[in-house]
Design a protein around this ligand. Structure first.
Ligand SMILES: *Cc1c(COP(=O)(O)O)cnc(C)c1O
Length: 361
């Protein structure tokens, strides 16, 4: 019996994944050269589909890496000479900050307790920070930062680079790439694909910074997937190293399928499912929202406090072939996490809620 995965990544595969994978195998995409026209056409197609889906202008390159956490390191190496600034409110945003420390950057952070989010007005950006690192959707705590707040943050710090982690929300957030310098995601979350591909969106301001750092004798932008190397290859729809060709192909096809529905409709469907989930969590006797402020609640990863140990809840829904995630880290036992990605339908969300309701008394 097939399971329905409401986990936040790896997550439920998008319904058309199997079909596209079969086509990829039939077309022997595992064997084609990444210096062939066939590959360049695949890369170009995926870029075009993402342009449409996420409203990304030509000013931004779309680059492929091994994962999103690799992009944390690439941004810090390529865009930060000395100082970075991080909004930290959970495990992923904290790791981004810790990567900066490991790379011997002078990393600043503004931190919030688990389950709380940031509003623009309270953010104090250090004067010499070169890059502002923001996590749109903190997957560990189910907290989001609203896009208008992210845009204001950049507009009031226009000389700095703003980097937005949209790993567990893309393509949901409506980011204005006229304002956002760089953003990134990986495909095993909201795009419903197997892991193994990171997507890095970056503009010329990021490129110029990395080129400047490259010239300094005492700076290193790293050897692997440096921004100048990725960018140079991108111009001919190639990659410096052998990429995940099948992953890039699948991403283009899923983006095409989402475009057929329409970005706006996909967003509305996400909000509709969120409302149903949120209403259930708010009104249930067994659960309560883990994020107090509604405006900070993630639309794509719903986190709930549980009265019963999370293992009991997980076991209950598993009987009905549904998989929900436990809480993250210290919240493993006391919270559950339900991914609300495009791969799960409203009907499936309602079935899940029906199963969770059976636990009430
Ligand atoms: C999963 C996740 C990452 C890391 O992605 P990988 O593909 O595992 O490298 C980074 N940020 C957030 C918010 C995530 O949810």
């Amino acid at each position: 019996m097939k399971q329905v995965y409401f986990t936040a990544g790896p997550a439920e595969m998008y319904p058309t994944f199997e079909h596209h994978l079969r086509t990829a195998v039939e077309n022997q995409l595992g064997s084609i050269s990444h210096r062939s026209q066939k590959f360049r056409d695949i890369y170009k197609f995926t870029v075009e589909q993402l342009h449409t889906l996420m409203d990304i202008p030509d000013t931004h390159a779309i680059l492929f890496t091994g994962s999103a956490s690799e992009v944390w390191e690439r941004i810090l190496l390529n865009c930060v000479e000395h100082e970075s600034f991080h909004l930290v409110n959970g495990s992923f945003s904290k790791k981004f900050y810790e990567y900066a420390l490991s790379l011997r950057k002078y990393a600043h952070k503004q931190e919030k307790p688990f389950g709380e989010g940031f509003d623009y007005a309270e953010i104090e950006v250090p004067e010499y920070a070169e890059v502002i690192c923001v996590t749109h959707n903190e997957t560990s705590s189910g907290v989001q930062m609203r896009e208008p707040d992210i845009h204001k943050l950049k507009r009031s710090n226009s000389k700095k680079i703003i980097a937005v982690d949209i790993v567990s929300s893309a393509p949901y957030p409506e980011l204005d790439f006229g304002v956002i310098d760089t953003a990134f995601f990986s495909v095993q979350k909201s795009f419903g694909l197997p892991a193994g591909l990171g997507v890095w969106i970056a503009n010329e301001k990021c490129l110029a910074k990395s080129e400047r750092l490259q010239k300094y004798e005492d700076a290193t932008i790293g050897a692997h997937n440096s921004l100048p190397a990725l960018w140079k290859n991108f111009k001919t729809y190639e990659t410096p190293a052998t990429p995940n060709v099948i992953g890039i192909y699948l991403l283009g096809k899923i983006a095409e399928d989402l475009n057929a529905i329409g970005a706006e409709t996909v967003r509305k469907q996400t909000e509709e499912k969120y409302k149903v989930l949120n209403k259930f969590v708010e009104s249930s006797s067994n659960f309560s929202p883990s994020v107090a402020e509604e405006r900070h609640r993630s639309r794509t990863v719903v986190v709930a406090n549980t009265k019963k140990p999370s293992a009991e809840v997980i076991a209950q829904v598993k009987k009905a072939n549904m998989i929900v995630g436990s809480g993250y880290g210290p919240f493993k036992e006391s919270q559950i996490r339900i991914a609300n990605f495009p791969a799960v339908s409203l009907e499936q969300v309602e079935t899940l809620i029906g199963e969770l309701k059976k636990m009430e008394y």
